[in-house]
Design a protein around this ligand. Structure first.
Ligand code: CO
Ligand code: ZN
Length: 331
């Protein structure tokens, strides 16, 4: 699983530019599913057919990551940029970014008298070009960049960029590999454009018309020094979401997942996220409404280029996903 985490987190995929991620996932899941298609928004939709009499179930994880988009190239060859998704200016300083064509750059800042003035419009990307002409040969306005950080194995824990939400993709892929038999039609949706507004999942769910939707995404933790109070810790198991800013999870489905975890001895914790959203927020509001839940992978330093997860938690999420697919889902 660690090898897959490395390959997926190091793949390039800001919102709308998920191609390289989609390629990795397609190769990975092909032997384990019956049908694969890519829809108009780039969602990768993989169907594993059930034995019959079951429900249509979406397992969703988003492929995209936060990043930057070039808005202007000045005469000296410096790039101005805007964010793709929620990028905190303070974590970008000194970071390296790369573009899909392999161009690298480093983020620099204008002179600031007060760190509070640090906003994205005070920052620029230096790709080592001497002037606009040279820069324009490598990068164009509208090109997207991703943060550059190799994945690092810390033993029980792994740090990488784009754990949000490649680790969710890993959980769904691993579950597809382990799932032997199910009565349900399982639609694994590897969604696009979550970070800019849950867009891919919205249309994927509309097309599939599922009976149940479960998203797999990272959630924050409250276990670091003087962290914002939150009842989720790294290493304490799969986080079963109750609420975030995008949805209140279906209580019946949520409690069903809790009972499954208890019955199977899978470590879990309850999650209330006071900000942020997930694809289940879009899935729940599809058509006449879909019972939706989220199984979250606890992660530290979310939306930084160094997001940390615990392998035991990832394992718990995979087990809970498989258990849900094997169960009747008669909540
Ligand atoms: Co995110
Ligand atoms: Zn996410």
């Amino acid at each position: 699983m660690k090898d897959l985490i490395k390959r997926l987190t190091e793949a390039f995929g800001p919102s709308g530019s998920e191609g390289p991620v989609r390629e990795v996932i397609t190769k990975e899941v092909e032997p384990y599913v019956d049908e694969i298609r890519v829809d108009a928004l780039g969602n990768l939709i993989c169907l594993k057919k059930g034995s019959g009499g079951g429900k249509k179930v979406i397992l969703d994880a988003h492929m995209d990551e936060i990043g930057v988009i070039v808005t202007h190239i000045d005469e000296k060859g410096f790039l101005r940029f805007a964010s793709v998704g929620g990028v905190y200016p303070v974590v970008t300083l000194g970071q390296r970014v790369y573009f899909e064509n392999g161009t690298f750059g480093v983020i620099g800042s204008e002179k600031l008298d007060d760190i509070k003035d640090l906003k994205l419009d005070k920052l620029f990307i230096d790709i080592g070009a001497a002037n606009r002409e040279e820069a324009s040969q490598k990068v164009k306005v509208g090109d997207m960049g991703a943060f550059f950080q190799p994945a690092v194995d810390l033993g029980n824990r792994v740090v990488a960029k784009a754990m949000d939400d490649r680790i969710g993709c890993v959980v769904v892929i691993e579950a597809l590999k382990r799932l032997k038999q199910t009565q349900h039609d399982i639609y694994a949706v590897f969604a696009t454009q979550e970070e800019v507004g849950l867009r891919g999942a919205r249309v994927a769910a509309y097309g599939i018309e599922p009976d149940v939707g479960i998203a797999f995404d990272v959630t924050s933790t409250g276990d670091t020094p003087k962290a914002r109070t939150m009842d989720v810790s790294l290493g304490k198991g799969a986080a079963i979401k109750v609420k975030d800013s995008s949805l209140v999870c279906h209580p019946g489905l949520r409690d069903y997942l809790v009972k499954l975890a208890e019955a199977k001895g899978i470590p879990y914790q309850m999650e209330v996220l006071e900000w942020g959203g997930t694809d289940s927020g879009a899935i729940q509001l599809t058509r006449a409404g879909v019972p939706a839940a989220v199984i979250s992978i606890p992660s530290r330093y979310i939306h930084s280029p160094s997001e940390m997860v615990d392998i035991g938690d990832v394992e718990a999420c995979v087990k809970l996903c498989v258990a849900a697919c094997e169960s009747p889902l008669d909540f």
